[in-house]
Design a protein around this ligand. Structure first.
Ligand code: S3P
Length: 166
């Protein structure tokens, strides 16, 4: 089985994915890291040098290369589900999980840790909450196409994720 974890930036997709992979005895892959390995550049550098449009093309290419992986949990980037027909492809080839983390938790996390997130780093701090809530609302319709929604309110999601997947 191939499992994709989707959700907004700062939702905790990687740590959820690592825990899930460990408990299922699966491999774990992080799409952002795969992109960095493939391009030999950091995500920030790709955005700086080539812009978001090019990043989305690379992101899709790397995603497509992993659609036939087995026994693997892939944590996707916050935008992966929202471009091209990436979500449809993931739904077709694997099990998709929307890690539904409350916006206030996401906000707090991103406020502290946005330097490595090129979409947020240039936004002045006082505009950040507005930007994040607008983008989160726009993107939720894509995440909601996932087959499984996991409520991450108390950040104790592992038992629920395993139950939903098995
Ligand atoms: C992005 C999220 C990032 C990364 C890139 C773009 C987005 O991944 O792919 O900076 O559009 O939401 P994380 O969700 O892991 O931060």
């Amino acid at each position: 089985m191939l499992i994709f974890i989707t959700g907004y930036m700062g939702a905790g997709k990687s740590s959820a994915g690592i825990k899930l992979a460990r408990s299922l005895n699966y491999y774990f892959l992080d799409l952002d890291l795969l992109i960095e390995q493939f391009t030999e550049k950091s995500i920030r550098k790709i955005f700086e040098e080539s812009g978001e449009e090019e990043f989305r093309i690379i992101e899709r290419k790397v995603l497509l290369e992993h659609l036939k992986d087995e026994n693997t949990v892939i944590s996707t980037g916050g935008g992966t589900a929202c471009f091209f027909d990436n979500m449809e492809m993931m739904n077709k080839m694997g099990v998709t999980v929307f890690l539904d983390t409350p916006l206030d938790f996401i906000m707090e996390r991103l406020r502290k840790d946005r330097q490595n997130r090129p979409l947020l780093s240039a936004i002045p701090e006082h505009e950040l909450p507005g930007f994040i809530s607008r983008q989160y609302e726009e993107r939720k319709k894509y995440y909601s196409k996932a087959q499984i929604r996991i409520d991450n309110t108390d950040q104790k999601i592992l038992p629920g994720m395993i139950r939903a997947i098995k």
